[in-house]
Design a protein around this ligand. Structure first.
Ligand SMILES: [Zn+2]
Ligand SMILES: [Zn+2]
Length: 391
């Protein structure tokens, strides 16, 4: 193991002078992201600089880009895996050459919200601790990311040998999904309907199965149901042909599912999700991130005692469990990646993610790739030694 480490270090120090500028996909306004040359961020004491290998595109990135909810310019991207390129003074935990995944949000642990375990509402949590320049916003859609001290301390995780950057980049999304499943308080044997089998819906469905539930999945795209099947989720509903609520009632002696997870955005599916739930059951809104108004039947909540729940972002308390799930490969998450784009095609990648197709699942941007199709053993920007460790 010592040998592998030395060779990785050699790649970093010999092959990689850190340049003064780098490429980044910069958000400039509503639906306006441009590939630009920007300065490589400087790091201070307690901070590290990470050279990004893979960064997943998340639905929340797309929402921010399409809605203009955040000021411009910014560099988004928070599902970041890469290699430590440089460490600041006083950093003892990490050294150059180590492979890491960084989480961009860590709560303070002390405020009112943290004491009540509502970490996503903590002011420190909302402060983003990773940046590639401009207002800190994740920065993973760039070649290098500056990781601030509290994230180095509590939100940076080493990637074990044999685990790829791609697999590791799922730690944050998996955390948000585990949090959603915890919110539902599933009991073994319960029937759960997961509406939407994009990458997040698939992770949620797998986690529900792991919690002992009988999982039914539905999607409009048959290709996604085939994918669900390949993960051992055998009960599927083709929502382009059948009414999911009706089918679920038929499968549950007319009751409806004990819990329904809504893993597709928008408010149009909230009513059908509630209708598919049994009296006294729960509905989890997982993808309803855009504020607005919606009509619901209040008696479904009061008289039928259906609970409408929500879950957003990650929980620091679930970090170890998420890391274990991902790094132990409890689920082959790489298989969820349908498209890999080099950074120079970052805008195209974001476009595709914003307009999913039947064959598109998780889309990642890989600043560590040149766009030359990867062939085994080819040294793409010095990543070959590291890639060789993907077993
Ligand atoms: Zn995310
Ligand atoms: Zn706090």
């Amino acid at each position: 193991m010592a040998i592998a480490r030395t060779s990785t270090l050699a790649v970093e120090s010999a092959g990689h002078e850190i340049p003064s500028t780098m490429r980044a996909a910069v958000y400039r306004g509503v639906n306006d992201v441009r590939l630009e040359e920007v300065p490589v961020p400087e790091i201070g004491p307690g901070e590290i600089l990470v050279r990004v290998h893979t960064c997943g595109i998340c639905g929340t990135d797309l929402k921010k880009i399409a809605s203009g909810s955040h000021s411009a310019p910014r560099i988004f991207g928070h599902e970041t895996a890469g290699v430590v390129a440089k460490v600041g003074e006083d950093v003892r935990k990490f050294s150059a050459g180590e492979r890491v995944v960084v989480l961009h949000h860590i709560p303070c642990g002390e405020c009112y919200y943290c004491r009540h375990k509502t970490f996503a509402q903590c002011a420190t949590y909302k402060k983003v601790g990773c940046t590639a320049g401009f207002e800190p916003s994740g920065g993973g859609f760039a070649e290098y990311v500056r990781v601030m001290d509290w994230i180095v301390e509590k939100g940076t995780v080493r990637i074990p040998d044999g685990i790829s950057f791609e697999q590791a980049s799922f730690v944050e999304p998996v955390n948000t999904c585990i949090k959603g499943i915890e919110t539902l308080r599933l009991e073994a044997g319960e029937t759960v309907l997961v509406i939407g089998q994009g990458p997040i819906g698939l992770i949620l469905a797998n986690l529900a199965k792991r919690a002992g539930a009988r999982v039914i999945t539905s999607d409009l795209y048959p290709a996604r149901l085939t994918m669900a099947n390949s993960f051992g989720l055998k009960l599927t509903i083709d929502a382009s042909k059948a009414d999911a609520g009706q089918t679920v009632r038929e499968m549950t002696e007319g009751r409806g599912a004990d819990a329904v997870i809504l893993a597709v955005g928008g408010s149009g599916m909230i009513r059908p999700a509630m209708d598919a739930t049994r009296p006294g059951g729960r509905v989890l809104l997982f993808a309803q991130t855009v504020r607005g108004e919606v009509t619901i039947d209040p008696a479904a909540v009061c008289v039928d005692e259906k609970a409408l729940l929500g879950s957003y972002s990650a929980s620091v308390e679930l970090q170890e469990e998420s890391v274990r799930f991902v790094m132990n490969r409890e689920m082959d998450l790489e298989r969820l990646i349908s498209h890999r784009f080099p950074l120079q095609s970052g805008v195209e990648a974001l476009n595709l993610a914003a307009h999913p197709r039947p064959d598109s699942m998780k889309i990642v941007i890989q600043p560590g790739s040149t766009g030359v199709p990867r062939t085994p053993g080819s040294g793409v920007m010095g990543w070959s030694v590291l890639e060789g460790r993907q077993l």
